[in-house]
Ligand binder design. Structure first.
Ligand code: SAM
Length: 235
C-alpha cells in the first residue's frame, strides 16, 4: 500500500477569509485533519477557522496534545506521541493535514514533528502549505509598515533574555515581539526606559471577532492578556 502524504497547512491568523485557496483544497482532500492543541494556546481556533470551508464529517480529526511547558522530557514525549499517531495514519495510506495557526514553519509545533515523523517513516513525503502569519496580519490590522527601504526587521519572542532584548530594541528599526502576554509589564518597562513606548502598537486576537489594536499600552498594564497577542515597535 502507498503511504499517505503529510501536509503542514497554515490556516492564517484567525479570519476564515485569510485561509488560502490551496489550504482549502488540501484540507478538503485530506483523510485526517491533525490538530495540535494545548490547554492555554487555544489551537482549536485553527479548527474553527477551517470549519466554514471544509466539511469535517467524513474525516478523522486527530487531536495532538502538547502541554505548554519548558520541561524537555514532557515535550519530547508529547512530540513523540504526536509523530507516532501521524506516522500510523500515513502508513495506513491516509493523507494527513496538520493545521497550524498562521504559518506552519513560523514558531509552530509542526516544525518539530517533521524530523520525528521522518525518523519513524523515512519514506514519508511532506508538503507545506504556507499560511498568512500573525505578523503580517497584525501589521495590516495596525496599518504599520514592517520594513521600508533599507530598514531592518527583527522578530523575537518577548520572553527573550532582558539584556539581549534591549540590544535588539536598540539595533533594529522595527521589532515584532511575539508571545508578549505573560511578560507584558516587563516589556512596557523596557520600552519606557528606551523611549519607545509611543512607537509601539499592541495587537490581540488579530483576525478574530474580538480583535484589539491599540497604541496606548499603558492602559494594558496588569491586565491578563490573550496568548494570541503581540507588540510591534516601529521607530
Ligand atoms: C506559537 S506562535 C504561532 C505563530 C504562528 N505560527 C504564525 O505564523 O502567526 C504564537 C504567537 O504568535 C502570535 N499570534 C498568533 N496568532 C495571533 C493573532 N491572531 N493575533 C495576534 N498575535 C498572534 C502571538 O504572539 C502568539 O504568542
Amino acid at each position: 500500500m502507498n503511504i499517505g502524504m503529510l501536509y503542514g497547512v497554515g490556516v492564517g491568523p484567525g479570519d476564515p477569509e485569510l485561509l488560502t485557496l490551496k489550504a482549502v483544497k488540501v484540507l478538503k482532500a485530506a483523510d485526517v485533519i491533525a490538530i495540535p492543541k494545548s490547554k492555554e494556546e487555544s489551537d482549536s481556533i485553527a479548527l474553527s477557522i477551517v470549519k466554514g470551508s471544509v466539511d469535517l464529517l467524513n474525516k478523522e480529526t486527530l487531536e495532538l496534545m502538547f502541554p505548554m511547558t519548558k520541561d524537555k522530557e514532557v515535550l519530547i514525549k508529547a512530540r513523540g506521541n504526536a509523530a507516532a499517531a501521524i506516522a500510523d495514519r500515513l502508513e495506513a495510506g491516509k493523507n494527513v493535514a496538520c493545521i497550524t495557526l498562521g504559518d506552519p514553519l513560523f514558531y509552530s509545533t509542526f516544525s518539530y514533528l517533521i524530523p520525528l515523523v521522518l525518523e519513524k517513516l523515512p519514506q514519508a513525503e511532506i508538503k507545506i502549505i504556507p499560511g498568512i502569519s500573525s505578523v503580517m496580519a497584525s501589521a495590516a490590522a495596525a496599518i504599520t509598515p514592517l520594513a521600508e527601504a533599507d530598514e531592518r526587521l527583527a522578530v523575537i519572542p518577548a520572553t527573550y533574555e532582558l539584556e539581549k532584548f534591549r540590544d535588539v530594541l536598540n539595533d533594529f528599526d522595527t521589532i515584532v515581539l511575539m508571545k508578549v502576554n505573560k511578560v507584558f509589564d516587563k516589556v512596557l518597562g523596557l520600552l519606557s526606559e528606551l523611549g519607545l513606548k509611543d512607537r509601539a502598537v499592541f495587537v490581540e486576537r488579530c483576525g478574530g471577532e474580538n480583535q484589539r489594536v491599540g497604541r496606548n499600552l499603558e492602559i494594558l498594564r496588569g491586565e491578563r492578556l490573550d496568548y494570541l497577542s503581540m507588540v510591534i515597535v516601529k521607530k
